[in-house]
Design a protein around this ligand. Structure first.
Ligand SMILES: Cc1ncc(COP(=O)(O)O)c(C=O)c1O
Length: 390
């Protein structure tokens, strides 16, 4: 019998089961505390849930435009202006997507031609690389090394060339928790200008920067407004990751790329949830302050708990993730270690190797998420006590 593959060459190499899925399955089977996935285990804000119910009852239940709910686009434009001093037209410069994931894949499809080079930083958010491959782009990797994850100018400069079409930036960065410095963002802006490169800047953790660090959008740097698509979402700030509401912000010549792709793929998004989301961004400063206080407290707690348990954690500057070195335990391979941690210890983490195209030598890291209830983190620490050091 001839066994044919019906998959296109673009996706043939993709694995249909990911380490993420395996760890989640194991977590459920072994009743482990799941610190692998980056979503909260606590309730979403009441005012947002009420707004969603209201929208459905008011019959905001039919297709919305491909651009998305106008009130939501207006709130996003307002926030960009009041927070960052950046002026965008809600009618032409902002589009709503099915989460940041769709925003990024639509932007890549709309901007990258087969054979174009696309620079990305690794470790990376898991959908970046497949999105580049689906568009026929050639990935060029800049590898971050622990513990400081600094950008080295020469190393970065060496991967830019005439063939570079696009760079994918993520700050604050998942999974390292790094917030790109002013100097690093200026360097990126200079290189984009020099090589005439476009940027997608994934800023979904823009409201989660710790120790008084300020987020600064890449599009605010010289010459970047015209060449950047900024991506953000509702889920990471308002604790509704399952709503999958994301957006792109860019001048019309770039926004077009996203809208054209979405016009003929998704068409539109969820009308009532977008309607509800439109009130969220106008939340008081107190909402953002409380959010940050809670996340910073969780970060500090998990950091200390891991250090007490024999890990060597790296303090993140932003996001809801923390990377920890596990070389004090008798494991060589991070996937094996995560299986052991889930099955025997009862806590789930994500191995760093799944977030690099090639894990650098001597990197022994796993990622934990701390967007969890206090009692969840406390229970995780209790379970860490069972770990044996080598
Ligand atoms: C860096 C980054 N970008 C995008 C996303 C996905 O966002 P969404 O759920 O809105 O698609 C995530 C989710 O974890 C992320 O960490």
């Amino acid at each position: 019998m001839i066994i044919m593959t019906y998959l296109s060459q673009r996706i043939e190499s993709f694995s249909s089961d990911t380490v993420f899925s395996e760890m989640n399955r194991l977590a459920v089977k072994h009743n482990a505390i799941n610190l692998g996935h980056g979503f909260p285990d606590f309730a979403a804000p009441h005012f947002l849930k009420e707004a969603a119910v209201r929208a459905i009852q008011n019959d905001v239940n039919q297709y919305t435009s491909v651009w998305g709910n106008l009130k939501l686009r207006q709130s996003i434009a307002h926030r960009m202006l009041t927070h960052y001093g950046l002026s965008y037209n809600p009618e032409t410069d902002i589009s709503i997507t099915q989460g940041a994931t769709e925003a990024i894949s639509a932007a890549i499809s709309g901007l990258v031609n087969p054979g174009d080079e696309v620079i990305l930083f690794e470790p990376y958010y898991s959908t970046y690389l497949p999105a580049i491959k689906i568009a026929g782009g050639i990935p060029r990797f800049y590898t971050f090394y622990p513990p400081d994850w600094k950008i080295d100018e020469e190393r970065l400069r060496s991967i830019f060339s005439e063939k570079t079409r696009l760079i994918l930036v993520n700050t604050p960065h998942n999974p390292t928790g790094k917030v790109l410095t002013d100097q690093e963002l200026s360097l990126l802006a200079g290189l984009c200008y020099q090589y005439d490169v476009l940027a997608i800047s994934d800023e979904v953790y823009e409201n989660l920067t710790f120790d008084n660090r300020q987020h600064r959008p890449l599009s605010s740097y010289p010459d970047m407004y015209e060449r950047t698509i900024t991506v953000s979402n509702l889920g990471k700030t308002f604790e509704v990751t399952g709503w999958k509401i994301g957006w792109t912000i860019a001048p019309p010549h770039l926004t077009q790329a996203v809208v054209k792709v979405r016009q003929y793929s998704t068409g539109s998004g969820s009308a009532p949830l977008q309607e509800a989301a439109s009130i969220a961004l106008d939340s008081s400063q107190q909402f953002y302050t409380n959010l940050l206080t809670r996340y910073q407290r969780n970060r500090d707690y998990l950091y200390e708990a891991l250090a007490r348990s024999g890990f060597k954690p790296i303090l993140p500057e932003g996001t809801c993730f923390l990377m920890a070195d596990f070389s004090n335990f008798e494991f060589e391979d991070d996937v094996e270690f995560c299986r052991y941690l889930t099955v025997e210890i009862g806590v789930t983490a994500i191995p760093a190797s799944t977030l690099y195209h090639q894990l650098p030598e001597n990197v022994k890291l796993v990622r934990f998420a701390f967007c969890k209830k206090e009692e969840t983190l406390l229970e995780a620490e209790k379970r860490f006590m069972r770990l044996k050091l080598t």
